[in-house]
Design a protein around this ligand. Structure first.
Ligand code: SF4
Length: 327
């Protein structure tokens, strides 16, 4: 395989061999390249036009899908490719970009274009979380198109360098957008003490960054005797007053995302992966893991757009949680 999707790539040169550093397989990496090439085609078709929200959404979700620990499912990535192609056709067509043209380019050009590509992938994650809560920014959306289009162009170093700095500037704007989204939706975060004890009874562990998914799960578990614990990147959720107010949001389970394979091995509870941070799942706990939104892994149960978390809640009740509080 060859994969150069992210900065974690082996030796800074590209993951090769049987699987990548993140556990991605060669066929999945190829499909992610295909999706990126299709997104460049969409940007070419959209560049200079007044396009609508479906184009921005396809770009944001497509880019976020290619972030390292988000999506390992060939089927889900193929669906994203078809959706992007539909948008290209609706705009009258746009040539997709063969990613080997980037990987085989002169090293300075390849480096600058990769920096832009990795930058907008991360930015897409912020933009996605804002978008699902109804917040968006025209400059950020226009920059996704500009940057993707530039990656497909035959540009010189002096033309790409200003784009790299612009990627940094727009990225900060996108972070501001997400900060405003979260504070206007869930209140201004405050420092809080987060309990690490796991209380007796059924529980669900929630990982990833998606506060909207967490809120919907909290609403659906209210009064059902199922406690909720954050894991890894979901820890900051406790600081937001509108999430903290749920008394069954009990605390944090475990440590950081990279410890998930060890920490989820034996717990009598399901784990919900919202956006990002999924590592290849071991057989020992695969029947207790659920994904949602853009996160997907072959064979794992996926909660669809209706956000009906009943299968996760029922699994928590079935597993029963722990018998006595663990300090
Ligand atoms: S996405 Fe995974 S396989 Fe690809 S470069 Fe990053 S770590 Fe390697």
């Amino acid at each position: 395989m060859f994969c150069f999707q992210c900065e974690q790539t082996a030796g800074g040169k590209g993951c090769a061999g049987k699987a990548g550093v993140c556990g991605k397989q060669d066929h999945t990496a190829l499909l992610q390249d295909e999706l990126t090439g299709a997104l460049i085609g969409l940007a070419r078709a959209a560049y200079g036009k007044n396009t609508g929200p479906t184009v921005s959404r396809a770009i944001i979700e497509g880019l976020f899908t290619t972030v390292t620990n988000v999506n390992f499912s060939d089927e889900a990535i193929r669906q994203q490719v078809s959706r992007v192609r539909k948008e290209i056709n609706a705009l009258g067509g746009g040539a997709e970009y063969p990613m080997p043209s980037l990987w085989n380019d002169n090293e300075d050009i390849r480096s600058l274009k990769s920096l832009i590509l990795f930058g907008i992938r991360g930015m897409a994650a912020y933009a996605y979380h804002a978008l699902i809560l109804g917040f968006t920014d025209n400059e950020v959306n226009a920059f996704f198109i500009k940057a993707l289009n530039a990656i497909g162009e035959n540009l010189k170093m002096e033309e790409l360098l200003p784009l790299v700095t612009e990627t940094g500037r727009v990225n900060l704007k996108c972070m501001e957008l997400l900060d405003r989204t979260n504070t206007e939706t869930y209140g201004t975060p405050k420092p809080v003490t987060v309990p690490l004890a796991i209380e007796k009874g059924p529980f669900i562990v929630v990982s990833g960054h998606d506060l909207h998914d967490l809120k919907q799960l909290l609403d659906q578990t209210e009064g059902k005797g199922v406690n909720i614990y954050t894991h890894g990147e979901m820890l900051p959720a406790h600081g937001y007053p509108e999430l903290k107010k749920y008394t069954h949001l009990k605390g944090n389970f475990g440590t950081a995302w990279q410890s998930q394979q060890k920490e989820f091995d034996n717990i009598p509870a399901p784990v919900l992966f919202t956006t990002n941070c999924l590592m290849p799942v071991k057989d020992s706990y695969a029947d207790r893991v659920f994904t949602t939104a853009l996160v997907a892994f072959p064979g794992l149960a996926h909660i669809g757009e209706d956000k009906n978390f009943s299968p996760v809640i029922n699994r928590a009740l079935e597993l029963g949680g722990i018998l006595r509080t663990v300090p």
